[in-house]
Design a protein around this ligand. Structure first.
Ligand code: OGA
Ligand code: FE
Length: 332
């Protein structure tokens, strides 16, 4: 089968990466469950998962139907919107936090204000990215579309693969060309593309060493330290060995992003705004069966880092202790 292509390669940002394609499978293909069962990414096509959104949620519809209250909007001076955790920043209530200047600003905008800024945007202005959990603030029309998602299909996947409860659905309205830099989440994710085109680049948990995550106590916890636009190979030599997979999502596609898989997401350049909605699920209960899975080793690493901070109290002491523990003893 040959699918029509609605975008050009000059709409993709260029990176020094060698990427394979993520498989695209029809929703009822038995291989979908095979891949999800192996914690591997797959693009689910032709499903009704987010059909009601795909049919209705254009920028104009959201402008008129999204609740008339402030929604969470990030502002960035660059095309990158690197997430950060405020609670890990130095402040009066957190004297052990990290001295850190946030790369983006967070504000609340009503949808009308947000859309006006998008339409009137010109180079030099802050870029905008609305990221709002779907809750009772989104208004009755969106709630009606939301309850008509194919909950039977997603619920069946959730049960079959022993995921925990659904924790949230994030609505993302992005300006063209915006990038969510590479990070991993501690949740299973069905990432639904509603409007416009998004390119997703994924890396397996086994690429942990190649992507150099910030320390766990850093506000950029779970984010890669590597700047894909300009990788510093002196600091991050193993980035060359990262084995990535990519896909360009079109409206109606749902990408399974497995828990602990790294992902970089970009709205295509010159493609207009994009709209997505994700489904975040808690991971299932994990049994300690050997050999351990790569993501279980990441969870262990995270816990060791957290434990050290708890006993050392000062995040600046974590690195030196780890170094003296390993250098010359386990380095060979
Ligand atoms: C996610 C995610 C980023 C984006 O859904 O986990 O990282 O820009 N999304 O869509
Ligand atoms: Fe994410």
């Amino acid at each position: 089968m040959c699918e029509e292509k609605h975008w050009e390669s000059d709409q993709l940002r260029r990176y020094d990466l060698d990427l394979k394609q993520i498989p695209r499978l029809r929703y009822n293909d038995p291989k979908v469950d095979e891949l999800i069962g192996q914690n591997k990414p797959v693009v689910i096509t032709d499903s009704n998962i987010i059909k009601t959104a795909q049919e209705n949620w254009t920028p104009e519809y959201l402008e008129h139907n999204l609740g008339n209250v402030g929604h969470n909007v990030f502002l960035s001076k660059t095309h990158k919107f690197k997430y950060f955790d405020r609670t890990k920043m130095l402040s009066r209530s957190n004297p052990q936090g990290i001295d850190f200047v946030p790369p983006t600003k967070e504000t609340k905008l009503k949808i009308g204000e947000f859309m006006k800024k998008l339409k009137e945007w010109k180079p030099g202005n802050d870029r905008l990215y609305l990221q709002q959990p779907l809750n009772d603030t989104v208004g009755p029309s969106l709630v009606r579309d939301f309850v008509r998602f194919d909950w039977e299909y997603v619920g069946q996947k959730q049960n079959k693969h022993n995921w925990g409860p659904l924790t949230s659905n994030l609505l993302l309205i992005s300006q063209e060309g915006n990038v969510t830099p590479c990070h991993y989440d501690e949740q299973q994710n069905f990432f639904g593309q509603v409007y416009g085109y998004k390119r997703c680049i994924l890396f397996p948990p086994s690429d942990f060493e190649c992507l150099y995550p910030h320390p766990v106590h850093h506000p950029h916890d779970r984010q890669s330290m590597v700047d894909f636009d300009c990788p510093d190979y002196t600091r991050f030599p193993k980035f060359k060995n990262a084995k990535g997979f990519e896909t360009v999502l079109k409206p109606g596609d749902v990408l399974y992003i497995p828990i602990y898989w790294w992902h970089h997401v970009e709205s295509l350049m010159k493609g207009g705004p994009t709209i997505s909605v994700n489904f975040w699920y808690k991971g299932g209960p994990t049994s300690l069966e050997y050999p351990l899975k790569d993501h279980q080793k990441i969870a262990i690493t995270r816990n060791v880092e957290k434990m050290l901070l708890e006993v050392l109290q000062d995040p600046r002491e974590v690195g030196p202790l780890l170094r003296s523990m390993v250098m010359g003893r386990y380095t060979e």
